[in-house]
Design a protein around this ligand. Structure first.
Ligand SMILES: Nc1nc2c(ncn2[C@@H]2O[C@H](COP(=O)(O)OP(=O)(O)OP(=O)(O)O)[C@@H](O)[C@H]2O)c(=O)[nH]1
Ligand SMILES: [Mg+2]
Length: 311
């Protein structure tokens, strides 16, 4: 168990034993919220690939306004409506994803780097439809069909589904239709490119290559980093809530109030405050947000307590 959670559980136990059930219940509600998973929402203009991205990321749905993190999907070129929406989203909880990079006329990494510099947001590229397709493994027959098509060397084959279906190639039309039923054209194109470059790829090698080409790993890694930070920021809010609960409890339940004070002055709370302070101010210029100023104070408070712990 996370030591921070265990410490709060210990506080709840002590408060309950002191007879302040109401205070213990309030603290339990705080702990439950603290432990709940970081929520992600997916935003973007119509047709950018939100539903597909939700499936690729394994999210339950597109999420709600109250989510901790936002994945904002754009297509190149970014539109004024995107810029307006992005201006209202905080950098520390927003991941900008350029979707459909298979249709991009530029180098995806360079495009994302330019966009990141312009918006100040973490930015990564993705092919959401490919990321969904590679959630299933290839079977050997499919790879054999891909191999046959790659060998045909017809450059127009994957320009459209129609051309793929009607092309004069040595792989039967039925097998091609089966591929189209299961794989988006972007996946077929990527598979043929990969096999043309290396015809020795087996189904595992091909699958791994396409998964990496989908960009899903980069999106998940960036989201994990933001989620870690969101959890740290949440810790700061938890300290605020506990402080308020303690202050309200003290007149009626002085013993519980003292337990809460001891928790807030202890090394675990100091660590939580320090992590929250660092997460809130991570990468940002001087910030007018009062939450950030509070966080800076917490850093000082946290350092003092840590110094006390080390003595
Ligand atoms: N080429 C390409 N097509 C994609 C990609 N991601 C999604 N699509 C396709 O784009 C179309 C729209 O995708 P959706 O996921 O429905 O987009 P959406 O944002 O949910 O659309 P609305 O719900 O209408 O706002 C579908 O045909 C997807 O298959 C991608 O990375 N590359
Ligand atoms: Mg949709």
């Amino acid at each position: 168990m996370v030591p921070e959670f265990a410490e709060l559980e210990r506080l709840i136990g002590a408060v309950r034993r002191s007879g302040a059930q109401r205070v213990a219940d309030a603290l339990t509600a705080v702990l439950t919220r603290w432990r709940s998973p970081v929520q992600v929402r997916v935003l973007g203009r119509s047709g950018v690939g939100k539903t597909t991205a939700v499936a690729a990321l394994g999210l339950p749905d597109e999420g709600e306004n109250t989510a901790d993190l936002t994945v904002y999907l754009v297509l190149a070129p970014v539109r004024p409506a995107d810029e307006t929406a992005l201006a209202g989203l905080p950098a520390r909880s927003t991941l900008l994803v350029v979707n459909k990079v298979d249709a991009l006329d530029a180098d995806p990494q360079e495009y994302c780097a330019t966009l990141a510099a312009k918006t100040g947001l973490d930015t990564v590229g993705m092919i959401a439809s490919l990321a969904v397709a590679v959630q299933h493994p290839f079977d050997r027959n499919e790879v054999a069909a891909f191999r046959g098509l790659a060998g045909s060397g017809d450059p127009t084959l994957t320009l459209s589904s129609e051309l793929f279906r009607t092309a004069d190639v040595p792989v039967p039309a039925k097998a091609r239709q089966a591929l189209l039923d299961r794989w988006p054209l972007a996946a077929i194109r990527a598979a043929l490119d990969a096999l043309a470059a290396n015809s020795d790829l087996d189904e595992h090698g091909l699958h791994d290559l396409l998964r990496r080409a989908s960009g899903i790993d980069g999106v998940t890694a960036a989201l994990t980093e933001l989620a870690d930070r969101a959890r740290d920021v949440r810790g700061g809010r938890v300290l605020d809530e506990i402080e308020r609960i303690g202050a309200r409890a003290t007149p009626e339940f002085p013993l519980a109030g003292a337990e809460v004070e001891r928790f807030l002055d202890g090394p675990v709370a100091a660590r939580i405050g320090l992590a929250a302070g660092l997460a809130e101010s991570a990468g940002s210029a001087p910030d007018p947000d009062p939450a950030v100023r509070r966080a800076a104070q917490r850093i000082v408070r946290g350092r003092k307590a840590l110094a006390g712990e080390c003595r």
